[in-house]
Write a protein that binds this ligand. Structure first.
Ligand code: FAD
Ligand code: NAP
Length: 258
């Protein structure tokens, strides 16, 4: 954890959105020297008088070319960090470790036909950054974004997801995106309702998209609760998919959301 001022910058909150009492987004000013690959995470810090620094990992939501850094955060009432973060307002300071972290990036895959982005909860965030890269839209024929939440009110960023299809930087590719919201604890028209591993197993995701899943054509990113990542990984392993490594490129990339 960075503890000296050479290792972090102090940034200001420029914008704040409260989606629900448990979900917020923040935009911070960004040091021009902070450069990241979409899918990476930052370490955010707060200095607590009498306690010292607290640091937590947060996936970056904004594009690599945005002049700000955006984050999408859960508020865990009993957590040490997130309730303090949620109480801050525009103009307040948050520390940002100068080094971005992580390998959950789309450039780790060999080319394929279809890119599947599977998320629960706040793990939607890294995909929004990844989907702001023109190269991703050019590389794949189809892109499927699956976002699973308990209740419909937690389906954040819907206007932004719709706007991705019309973005001028990749306008001719915008039609490639299919967005599949999943709501598991209430019935919502237009949303799927089962857990992601079950829908991979029984073909629901293939039917919903009209796409065939196969190790030859599918590249799959999985991010969410550790249990969801484990269960989805096991399901896909049983279907013949393998983790993509630098030494052995394959179909899957995983990141635990905490
Ligand atoms: C690589 C990485 C990337 C991360 N990216 C994000 C992000 O983009 N947004 C974000 O909100 N959090 C993210 N986290 C989690 C984040 O670092 C904090 O754990 C979280 O914000 C809660 O902090 P806390 O101190 O309040 O509670 P903590 O003591 O850190 O966590 C308490 C408990 O809250 C639950 N929890 C923690 N994070 C989440 C979450 N995101 N969704 C649902 N339940 C959770 C877990 O049960 C955890 O044990 C990430 C973690 C890692 C390792
Ligand atoms: N969301 C809320 O309203 C709420 C309210 C109070 C407290 N909390 C607490 O906050 C924490 C995080 O809640 P959250 O709703 O953000 O995250 P979550 O419990 O991980 O649920 C988010 C989505 O992931 C799904 N999911 C959970 N485990 C899965 C698995 N193993 N495989 C596939 N899908 C899985 C959930 O489906 P299922 O619905 O089938 O689990 C839901 O659709 C939890 O510890 C919870 O106790 C949440």
């Amino acid at each position: 954890m960075p503890a000296s001022a050479e290792k972090f910058t102090a940034e200001r909150i420029l914008w704040k959105q409260c989606w629900t009492d448990r979900l917020i987004s923040l935009r911070l000013s960004s040091d021009p020297a902070f450069r990241f690959i979409p899918g990476q995470f930052a370490r955010l810090g707060l200095q607590i008088p009498g306690t010292g620094f607290i640091w937590r990992a947060y996936s970056i939501v904004s594009a690599s070319w945005d002049e700000y850094l955006e984050f999408y955060s859960i508020v865990v009432p009993e957590g040490e960090f997130s309730p303090r973060l949620a109480r801050l307002e525009v103009g307040d300071e948050v520390l940002v470790d100068k080094t971005p972290h992580g390998f959950f990036t789309a450039d780790r895959f060999p080319d394929g036909e279809d890119l599947w982005l599977l998320a629960t909860g706040t793990a939607l965030g890294p995909y929004l950054s990844i989907l702001h890269e023109a190269a991703v839209w050019q590389r794949f024929r189809h892109i499927v974004l699956v976002h699973s939440v308990r209740e419909a009110v937690e389906l954040s960023y819907q206007p932004e997801i719709a706007a991705l299809r019309r973005h001028p930087l990749w306008a001719e590719h915008g039609h490639k995106l299919q967005y599949l919201p999943v709501v598991t604890r209430e019935t919502v028209p237009g949303a799927l309702s089962a857990r992601i591993p079950a829908m991979l197993q029984d073909g629901t995701l293939e039917r919903a998209t009209g796409l065939t899943l196969s190790p030859e054509r599918s590249r799959i990113m999985i991010c969410g609760s550790p249990q969801m990542v484990t269960d989805t990984h096991h399901q896909l392993k049983s279907m013949g998919y393998q983790l993509s490594r630098l030494s052995a490129p394959a179909q899957l990339a995983l990141e635990n959301g905490w």
